[in-house]
Write a protein that binds this ligand. Structure first.
Ligand SMILES: Nc1ncnc2c1ncn2[C@@H]1O[C@H](COP(=O)(O)OP(=O)(O)O)[C@@H](O)[C@H]1O
Ligand SMILES: [Mg+2]
Length: 331
């Protein structure tokens, strides 16, 4: 009997649609491996779990119970879960907490590593503790703290204001004048209870696939996002008319800078206790400084996403990567 894999997608957050696209890539790879039954379930925007059929139509409404069973018209034992969700409740660690509670094995980072990486304040506190360079910042827990944001603005002249617990550039604002600052803070607080303010840098945007393969933590050479507007906004990320392009291998980077970034990626992966896969994003400034920007604990796997391509370019098969993780963890 083939074992049953629960491929979860959606989640209802700002990256819901992206996750549906990523899940197709993973589903196809799992089908190609040929060893399992893949049951795809979308966590829909109304928070209801629905089976997704091969033709993308919805099937049963289901629930996942404490006995590791998917319950709908039938009851199916689940042997491992793949939470292909960007943003909540996947990258925020909530779904993994449930898996832990029910002893259901799963692919990817645990709840703590997910949440620590997703929260933009917590992650920067970690980077500082690990002595991994990142952009100078302050954080606010309410508007009463706003002097700290004004002081940071006075220091740097242009800053980014970011809701702490958001992805896809939602709740993320460029601030070039003092007059814009209050509104940016108010807007960011609409999304999160903590707000990060940080120095805006002129930099290239680089990404490193960082993952476990044959028992080692691997960091690829950086790929590059070329975003003409210099702000990789929600529109630039997901609008079909986006002017942004990507390169699997960032050109003309000093060897020393590449090696530093790879070392920081591996340091972050091991100390934040990431597991299986991640994409770690950097800024490489015009002055040659390296800053770790953020960690994505379930990177995008859409046709334009770099995570699987950087892995393949590094000589590692995405199918073998997935097959090995499943073999090691499945019930
Ligand atoms: N400090 C910064 N200086 C310059 N650009 C930045 C800075 N922070 C963010 N950006 C721009 O905003 C985008 C989104 O910010 P990021 O922190 O990656 O949030 P998200 O989690 O939403 O992707 C980045 O890809 C980059 O284009
Ligand atoms: Mg980002």
């Amino acid at each position: 009997m083939k074992k049953n894999i629960l491929l979860l997608c959606g989640g209802g957050g700002t990256e819901h649609e992206v996750s549906l696209v990523s899940s197709k890539f993973i589903q196809q790879n799992l089908i190609d491996i040929g060893l399992y039954n893949v049951i795809k379930v979308e966590i829909c925007k109304d928070k209801v779990f629905r089976v997704v059929n091969a033709d993308d139509s919805y099937g049963d409404v289901v629930t996942l119970n404490f006995n590791r069973q998917l319950v709908g018209l039938k009851t199916i034992d689940i042997h491992i879960a793949v939470p292909c969700i960007h943003g909540p409740p996947g990258e925020t660690g909530e779904i993994q907490t449930f898996f832990e509670l029910t002893n259901l094995p799963y692919v990817g980072c645990g709840p703590e590593a997910s949440l620590n990486s997703f929260n933009k304040v917590t992650s920067k506190l970690w980077f500082n503790a690990l002595e991994i360079p990142n952009t100078p910042f302050e954080f606010l827990t309410d508007m009463e703290d706003k002097k700290r944001a004004y002081d940071l603005f006075d220091r740097y002249g242009k800053i980014f204001v970011k809701a702490a617990s958001q992805g896809s550039s939602v709740g993320c604002y460029q601030v070039f004048t003092k007059a814009e600052l209050d509104q940016a803070l108010i807007n960011a607080f609409q999304y999160s209870s903590y707000v990060l303010v940080e120095k805006m840098v002129n930099a290239r945007e680089l990404e490193i696939s960082t993952y476990e393969y044959d028992g080692a933590i691997i960091a690829t050479v950086p790929g590059e996002i070329h975003c003409p507007s210099k702000f990789y906004s929600y529109e630039e990320k997901y609008n079909p008319n986006s002017k942004t392009t990507t390169e699997i291998v960032a050109p003309e980077l000093p060897k020393e800078a590449i090696e530093k970034m790879r070392a920081y990626a591996i340091k972050a992966f091991s100390h934040l206790k990431l597991r299986h896969l991640s994409r770690i994003d950097f800024f490489y400034t015009d002055e040659g400084e390296i800053f770790l920007n953020e960690i994505n604990t379930f990177p995008g796997m859409t046709p334009i996403s770099m995570f699987p391509k950087m892995m393949e370019n590094n000589g590692h098969s995405f199918k073998k990567f997935f097959k090995d993780i499943i073999a090691k963890n499945i019930l």
